[in-house]
Design a protein around this ligand. Structure first.
Ligand code: CTP
Ligand code: CA
Length: 224
């Protein structure tokens, strides 16, 4: 009953979220991608919308339904995701970068399917670095409140804080892969200027509400 009279946690806030992997073509039928189901990002979008935020979700290729009330834009490559974010970001006061963006793309994707040859020669690929979307947004003259995510395979505590500093973001949420990929639950660690906070393992949906609360209380002019 009390919550009925209390303004919602993210009322009046506009949140831009990226989620899922990106897909970088090798040829029209092949590509490279990252491991990400998109579940965590979609759960956050749902929780943010329920908390009263105006949410735009920019999603790589995932097999998930759009959360109710969320505006969704689908992209494939890191560059498309970068362009979609840069186009929208000025209208948002929070940016949550959950997407597992491919760090590299194939330098010269083929217009035609690469065929196996009689000589059995294997193709060799060369790569170009993709734009770093989060770092680019965090460097804007008047950036939104930026939240990064990091999936590490080990040394989460050291890598997490280093990454937060490198990306220049006030809050970074870390987890360990491959333990989390595709699962419905997750265990995360928060890194901010005041230190490291471990959250207990829980379902991605429950965790999303906790993370939205954690983000909300760190926003400038937060009422919490
Ligand atoms: N990120 C991004 N654009 C990229 C790469 C990463 O926006 N091209 C964002 C991710 O969405 C995430 C954060 O940056 O919020 C950290 O991503 P991660 O891959 O852990 O960091 P990297 O700097 O790419 O470092 P690593 O070498 O560990 O992959
Ligand atoms: Ca990366």
């Amino acid at each position: 009953i009390v919550s009925f009279f209390r303004p919602k946690l993210l009322a009046g806030r506009r949140m831009l979220i990226t989620a899922g992997p990106t897909f970088e073509p090798i040829d029209p039928v092949r590509g490279i991608t990252n491991r990400s189901s998109g579940k965590m990002g979609f759960a956050l979008a749902r929780a943010a919308s329920q908390a009263g935020a105006d949410v735009r979700l920019i999603a790589g290729p995932v097999a998930l339904a759009t959360p109710w009330g969320v505006e969704r834009e689908d992209v494939e490559t890191a560059r498309q995701m970068h362009d979609a974010v840069m186009q929208a970001v000025a209208d948002y006061d929070v940016f949550v970068s959950v997407a597992a963006v491919a760090d590299w793309r194939v330098a010269q994707p083929s217009d035609h399917k690469i065929k196996k040859t009689a000589t059995q020669a294997v193709p060799s690929l060369s790569f170009i670095e993709n734009p770093d979307i989060l770092a680019t947004v965090a460097r804007l003259p008047n950036p939104p409140f930026c939240v990064g995510f990091a999936a590490e395979s080990d040394n989460l505590e050291t890598n997490g804080e280093q990454k937060r500093i490198k990306k220049n973001v006030p809050l970074l949420i870390g987890n360990l892969g491959p333990a989390t990929f595709g699962r419905d639950d997750n265990e995360v660690v928060l890194f901010d200027a005041s230190g490291v906070t471990h959250l207990p393992r829980s379902s991605k949906d429950a965790l999303a509400s906790v993370l939205i609360e954690q983000i909300a209380r760190r926003l400038p002019d937060a009422s919490l």
